[in-house]
Design a protein around this ligand. Sequence first.
Ligand SMILES: NC(=O)c1ccc[n+]([C@@H]2O[C@H](COP(=O)([O-])OP(=O)(O)OC[C@H]3O[C@@H](n4cnc5c(N)ncnc54)[C@H](O)[C@@H]3O)[C@@H](O)[C@H]2O)c1
Length: 299
Amino acid sequence: MLVAAQAKVLVIDDNSHPCGEPLPSEVEVVSADCGSEAARKALVTFKPDVVLHLASKGGVQKAARDPGDHVKMSVASTVGLFDSAIKAGAARIVTASSGGTIYGEGAKLPAREIHKPAPLSAYGAAKRAEEIYMAALGLRHGISTLALRYGNVYGPRQDGTGEAGVIAITCYRLLERAAPRVYGDGGQTRDFIYVSDVAAANVAAVFGRVAGELNIGTGRETSVNQIVKRLLAESGRHTKSEFLPAREFEVRRACLNPARASRYLHWKAKVSINHGLEQTWSWFRKRHSAQRVATLGLP
Ligand SMILES: NC(=O)c1ccc[n+]([C@@H]2O[C@H](COP(=O)([O-])OP(=O)(O)OC[C@H]3O[C@@H](n4cnc5c(N)ncnc54)[C@H](O)[C@@H]3O)[C@@H](O)[C@H]2O)c1
């Protein structure tokens, strides 16, 4: 989308979690940790106007197992990147934050940005810390900064083999003939947002001027049970879910009010949950078939 919008793009990625799809040929790529000296040099040479920061390692569960390591692996690199971006002359930084974890429990839903952040998890706390560092550095150096607080992002190319991303994981498990896995009673809700809507918000943010924090969500709650039911219908399978104990540090309900993003970025989610699930299932199914043909010669 950024290339299509005529932006000259440099990607800095340490390849710790590749999605397996090639980037457009117009994109310059540097393989490095975003907080490293190599990244700093690449930025100084590239002289970006805007830095869009999407790199992060692990989600709620990984950060909860070792919060100190999460700070070293994600927060330290993030702050290093902000500093390098400023020293390279960037006039604006946009960072990916997490509306699903930053508000914690107790916000009136759909949560608005004025709700005081009260994250329950190390992951959410780290995201809030990154927002604070970015705003402080931005103030100190007179540059514009914006945190995009995403809901639960889903869609094609998401990793279905990890421990985060219930939609990708359920698609993967159904295609592997395994039962959907539900933590807790499945009544927990999330604001699921389709990947192309998030990409559109990122592009609007890169080219926009608004600073501060904006929710990137749909304003709608969907439960995990509803997701599983819908994906079972897409797959045509009739199988019972495997229920496991609820995970620690996960909020019961999450839903984001997107009114500010609509006002300041002129952005709105376009893809409904049903259409998004249909598209996601179709992508996972096609990729699964292609992999079977490639590895086993089976259709
Ligand atoms: N997926 C979601 O539901 C969701 C929700 C809220 C916020 N976010 C945030 O959005 C951003 C993107 O998430 P995602 O789901 O696409 O993650 P992802 O793991 O799919 O992609 C992260 C990318 O960053 C790279 N990377 C990781 N650490 C790096 C580092 N230190 N230096 C350079 N590259 C590094 C990985 O190789 C990968 O290409 C992250 O900041 C994440 O915390 C995601």
